[in-house]
Ligand binder design. Sequence first.
Ligand code: ADP
Ligand code: MG
Length: 231
Amino acid sequence: MTMNTVPVNHPPIHVLNEVESRKILKEYAVPHNKSAFAKTKEETIQEADKMEFPVVLKVVSPLIVHKSDFGGVQINLQNIQEVEEAFDLIYENAKKRGVVSNGIEGVIVQEMIEGKEEILVGIKRDPIFGPVLVVGLGGVFVELLKDVSLGIAPLEENEILNMLKKLKAYPLLNGYRGKEKLDIDALVQLCKKVVDMAIREDGILEMDLNPVILREEGKGAIAVDARIVLQ
Ligand code: ADP
Ligand code: MG
């Protein structure tokens, strides 16, 4: 067997898009921002109209996993006109990168969440250890510095807090040099819900909430992107 061969008895995997992944977050009361799926520009406008501005528009396509790499995420849209322009831009960007419009299912319209840090919260199911929680700060901390903490489920709140404290970047969450303290408690609660969900839903092979937006103390931690892989 070569390195890239998938063993014949490997179970089929199924990647859920952001819309589908959010349904599971809702079931388990994992905090996430308000959103709606829209198939056309008209539906997009209707849905945006029901939300508080600014809003965000994102492409929904089985061919696109990392939406922003495709110019598929348009943030900070202040009014309906900007929403219409963003809708067109998302389709144009996808086309430029070779995704035809029938490869796009539609867009997700959602409220924009202002916060202080972007956090990665993930689950990887290990064949031996079961669900493993992965947490770290987003951006360069994950990509360049590999600053993440791992913990095997089940995990209590205090264990999750200790995982966060092990991050090199932890001081950035906890009021480093006069910066505001962020809502670490809310982040711990969110992680706890994610772990409990992974224990109960053994069909979940992988999950990425990237990012969870972390706000000041008392203001919460809210997932704004979700990707779940089922086995
Ligand atoms: P992807 O990871 O597929 O490229 P995301 O949904 O994570 O797409 O969006 C990319 C970035 O856009 C996020 O890291 C975040 O900075 C920003 N973003 C996305 N959705 C929101 C939102 N609802 N509120 C605020 N910022 C957002
Ligand atoms: Mg993301």
